[in-house]
Design a protein around this ligand. Structure first.
Ligand code: GLV
Length: 331
């Protein structure tokens, strides 16, 4: 039987590619030559005759695409989020899907805190002001921000990243509340209080989003949700943009119905909702939650391992529930 043919839809760190290339049962590893997301037609052509692929969160893997790649047995997402993959279609078509959990938890929690602090203390706005030569000198009422220490942190979601954000909050003496489908012993044990969605919105000084994007979480933060938040509240999103109705967020910020937002993700990346970039009360980052050298390198190894294990018919540790059980190709 010939070895596996694997496509990687954009250059990833060498650590992952080396693992694929040195595997005795891999015949061919091809990496997209383009330094951009592939067009749909390019993606279809690239995956058509492959056994496995490492894909990015910018690649939409739906039923029609899988239909054109009948030999595909493994999709390794180079991300923890798998909202770009139709998992039910993957299951039907015998494609095992993996992702990159755990290795990016700390980097993403750190970025959440970077945005939370930067928004509360107006770091980006202050940086622009100083660079523009507009710093008038210290004064008692100049450039005041929000207190972080001692305030209430609300977590939407109770997974690994929420837990890591909570661990960091303890150093700031914050009271932490959280909302998720069910209470989680790990968060309860770490001193967080499980509350309803409305209580989360009403009580949080900082509301940080850590749920995956699904049909149930799309626009979880909509006009109504924003209207329940405190006028002094700050929203932080390092999860997925479409969880927030970005147009509603721009309206709430413009009208002073909430105080600020620290955003690493956007509803229609890389575009921004009209008006967002003009607001001084937001700090905007270019979807870099996991973007540290070591993290991205570990993600590459995990994605490569996931792809290889799936193709060999062995369940990888990062197999995604809802996709097909890994099965070895016959014949
Ligand atoms: C990044 O957004 C990821 O899902 O890993």
């Amino acid at each position: 039987m010939p070895g596996f043919s694997i496509y990687v839809t954009r250059a990833i760190p060498e650590s992952g590619l080396a693992l694929l290339e040195s595997a005795p049962d891999v015949e061919r590893v091809e990496v997209s030559p383009h330094d951009r997301p592939l067009e749909r037609s390019e993606l279809e052509r690239a995956l058509a005759e492959r056994d496995g692929a490492i894909v990015l969160l910018t690649d939409t893997i739906d039923d029609a695409l899988l239909a054109r790649a009948p030999g595909l047995r493994a999709i390794a997402c180079y991300s923890v989020g798998t909202d770009n993959v139709d998992l039910a279609a993957a299951k039907r078509r015998g494609v095992a899907v993996t992702n990159t959990p755990d290795v990016l938890t700390d980097a993403t929690a750190d970025m959440t805190w970077a945005l939370l602090l930067a928004t509360a203390r107006r770091v980006a706005e202050g940086d622009a002001l100083v660079r523009a030569g507009k710093f008038p000198g210290w004064s008692p009422l100049f450039f005041l921000g929000a207190d972080v220490s001692g305030s209430v942190l609300g977590l939407l979601g109770a997974g690994r990243i929420a837990s890591a954000v909570l661990a960091r909050a303890r150093g700031f003496g914050m009271r932490v509340i959280y909302c998720s489908r069910a209470s989680k012993p790990a968060l309860d044990g770490a001193g967080a209080r499980f509350v309803s969605m409305d209580a989360l919105l009403r009580e949080s000084d900082f509301l940080s989003i850590h749920v995956p994007l699904t049909k149930d979480t799309r626009h979880a933060i909509d006009e109504r949700a924003l209207s329940l938040m405190k006028p002094t509240a700050i929203l932080v999103n390092t999860s997925r943009g479409p969880i927030v109705d970005e147009a509603a967020l721009v309206r709430a910020l413009s009208q002073g119905r909430i105080a600020g937002a620290g955003l690493d993700v956007f509803e229609d990346e890389p575009r921004l909702a009209p008006g967002l970039a003009e607001l001084g009360s937001v700090v905007l980052a270019p979807h870099v939650g996991s973007a540290t050298r070591a993290t991205r390198s570990r993600m590459a190894v995990l994605a490569a391992e996931g792809c290889l294990f799936s193709l060999r018919g062995t369940k990888p540790r990062n197999w995604v529930e809802g996709s097909a059980w890994p099965a070895r190709r016959m014949g």
